[in-house]
Design a protein around this ligand. Structure first.
Ligand code: BGC
Length: 679
């Protein structure tokens, strides 16, 4: 029991038969592996997903099991968590899901998802952490630390280059080495090296011709070789295609294959290959060691704490994430917050005001204990003094009547809150398909224009997990709030922001382009690929790296997000170890600000993006309060990946350090000369 982990691994390994070893490297139901009772190894439960513990299915089907004990706290979606820019909150969210995983008997939680937003259309953008590798890394590390602190293994997914849902099971991704290292791998690397993540999921797609769930280069060379990953690699469900590759190219646990369990590629065929001497026993032993290491490391063999479900603390964390995530995109003349004592009537319009989302999206969906829809939250908060009306306005079959009724409702009210956006239907924010364009569906553009004509005091609230076009009406509405999918407390969080109980402090983790054609992959016609292969022609220039380098004006820039108060920045001082500056709240409300630090390389030897996020800090200040903020600078802040040297290098020279409230709202800057050469 108290022996060091490796000694226990070796001891157990020596007592397992060949059959038992093979049983540990493939599934025996949709989400479990076999128990080995004589050695005290229990059945191991894996479960989705990144937003909470998913409902039970199976054992041999995806159909819901129809149970009453599989509810969970539904947290806001991944991109919302990233929009908080608050790694401590990510840690709190990870811990909540970890506690609930214990209560639900889950050992490995299949999240977080950290794939970079390459195109606004990717159906799973809502699950992931946006377009920037530094931000995604910080959020992932927080989340994993929180979850694993509970004795539950996280599973960072999907390694790698899983950036579109279109043809996701087969598409072959080609990109240059530097892009792989600088954009698509850092969040995985941080998960392994900084957070000590126990498990990694291989992706469905191919990378440089080989399927990612058994990809020699990604899994053996980089993950296990360079990063010294000691945990286990699990396949995505039905992402395995070949016994030999699965054995030799880095996979340790096969799940979801469409065959009887014993016939899995790492089942009987693998056992026979080992017995026949085609594959060395040491290959199997390495996989078993990794599986045992995760079991022992997380305390699975000891009997685990009971965990807890849907506690007040879990609910409060869900609400706080939702509140800190919401991004105030526009707010002219203090249109928000609303003052309930000065509003007699409020027209809530839009299908998303009443629609529930937590269960949607596919594998990340949650059977929530409850879900507060926006209308419910608004009704509760507005109180009986305000006459709140509701009109659906749009839906999958938007008819002229619905529009006319909404316009009448808008005319009759002091203020309109339109709640629209996207949902988890197919070709929207959903696993398994991409969006077809970047427009709001169901004639919402037309509806918003009609509403704002009828009542200029129209607040637009968007529930969405990826960028949408707003050009048709943005100039004419005074305020736009991006609420994401806010989990089960989303409606309460929204009402608290609308009425000013909470000051918005979220910032965009992705650029909102004016039109799809402005975004890199689409501008270069490099999506969704041809003849089964997609080439990432834009290379490093993903998201704001593209818009800034190419001087293209976005609709809303990366890092953007307004507040009900104002922050001033001053007194930047750079030293070799840190950038220090003052932030003061010069407005009337208490509020949170995310101070962002970007690095510009004045004379790069290899071309670099115009600027790159290298640090940030979220701080909360009372009116008049000032804080000196320190953001560390190290070699990594200046480094780029040199493919010839196969290493990250920080070369001496002149840089500009830019500090601001968004990637395009830079408040302070200064030159910095990096002196010591190093690599
Ligand atoms: C998804 C994974 C998920 C798995 C198990 C796959 O289709 O890509 O993210 O964890 O299913 O449900």
């Amino acid at each position: 029991m108290t022996q060091p982990i490796e000694a226990r691994v070796e001891d157990l390994l020596s007592r397992l038969s060949l059959e038992e070893k093979v049983a540990l490297v493939h599934a025996d139901s949709k989400f479990t592996t076999a128990a080995i009772p004589r050695l005290g190894i229990p059945k191991r439960w894996l479960s989705d997903g990144p937003h909470g513990v998913r409902q039970e299915v199976g054992p041999d089907t995806w159909k819901p099991a129809g149970r009453t004990d599989d509810f969970a706290t539904a947290m806001p979606c991944g991109i919302a968590l990233a929009a908080t820019w608050n790694p401590d909150l990510a840690q709190a969210e990870g811990a909540v899901i970890g506690e609930e995983a214990l209560a639900r008997g889950k050992h490995i939680m299949l999240g977080p998802g950290v794939n970079i937003m390459r195109t606004p259309l990717c159906g799973r953008n809502f699950e992931y952490f946006g377009e920037d590798p530094f931000l995604a890394s910080r959020i992932a590390v927080g989340y994993i630390r929180g979850q694993q602190s509970q004795g539950v293994a996280s599973c960072v997914k999907h390694l790698a280059a899983n950036n579109q849902e279109l043809e996701r099971m087969t598409i072959n991704v080609e990109m240059d080495e530097r892009t792989l290292r600088e954009i698509y791998l850092p969040a995985f690397k941080a998960a392994v090296e900084e957070a000590g993540v126990y498990t990694v999921m291989g992706a469905y797609n191919r990378f440089r011709g080989q399927f990612c769930s058994h990809n020699d280069y990604l899994l053996n060379n980089i993950l296990k070789g360079e990063w010294n990953f000691q945990g286990l690699v699990v396949s995505d469900w039905a992402a395995v295609h070949d016994t030999r590759e699965a054995s030799l190219c880095g996979l340790d646990l096969e799940m979801g294959t469409d065959k009887p369990y014993d016939e899995f590629f790492l089942g009987r065929p693998f056992r026979e290959a080992v017995q026949g001497g085609d594959i060395a026993l040491s290959v199997l032993d390495d996989k078993v060691r990794r599986n045992l290491r995760v079991m022992i490391g997380t305390g699975l063999l000891e009997g685990r704490p009971p965990g807890s479900l849907n506690t007040k603390k879990h609910q409060a964390t869900a609400r706080r994430v939702a509140e800190e995530a919401m991004v105030l995109l526009k707010n002219d003349d203090g249109a928000l917050p609303l003052d309930p004592s000065r509003i007699k009537s409020l027209a809530v319009i839009g299908e998303n005001a009443t629609r529930l989302h937590a269960h949607g999206g596919d594998s990340s969906g949650i059977k929530a204990f409850y879900e507060i829809a926006p209308l419910e939250g608004i009704l509760q908060r507005a109180g009986s003094q305000v006459n709140v009306t509701y009109s659906v306005g749009y839906g999958s079959d938007t008819g002229n009547d619905a529009i006319e009724r909404a316009v009448q409702a808008a005319k009759a009210a002091d203020v309109v809150v339109f709640v629209g956006g996207l949902n988890h239907d197919s070709n929207s924010d959903v696993e398994g398909s991409d969006r077809l364009d970047m427009k709001l569906p169901y004639r919402q553009d037309e509806l918003i224009q009609r509403i704002v004509e009828a009542n200029p005091r129209t607040i637009v609230v968007l529930i969405a997990g990826s960028p949408v076009e707003m050009g048709a009406w943005l100039e004419r509405v005074p305020a736009v709030l991006l609420a994401w999918y806010g989990g089960m407390e989303g409606g309460n969080a929204l009402a608290r922001i609308l009425f000013g109980d909470v000051n918005p402090s979220g910032k965009l983790p992705c650029t909102f382009p004016k039109r799809l054609a402005d975004s890199p992959a689409h501008s270069l016609n490099a999506y969704p690929g041809t003849n089964g292969t997609v080439r990432y022609e834009e290379g490093l220039l993903v998201g704001y790296r593209w818009f800034d380098t190419k001087n293209i004006e976005p609709l809303f820039s990366f890092g953007h997000g307004l507040s009900y108060t104002r922050f001033e920045y001053s007194n930047l001082r750079l030293s070799p170890g840190a950038a220090e500056f003052d932030v003061v709240n010069v407005g009337e409300h208490e509020g949170g600000e995310v101070a962002q630090l970007y690095v510009h390389d004045a004379h790069p030897r290899l071309a670099r993006p115009d600027k790159e996020l290298k640090g940030f800090r979220k701080i909360f200040l009372k009116p008049g309060e000032k804080q000196r903020v320190s953001i560390p600078l190290d070699q990594g802040s200046f480094a780029f990946y040199d493919s010839d040297r196969r290493a990250w290098v920080a070369e001496p020279g002149e840089f500009t350090i830019l500090v601001g409230s968004s990637s395009r709202d830079i408040r302070l800057q200064d030159k910095f000369t990096l002196r010591r050469p190093s690599s």
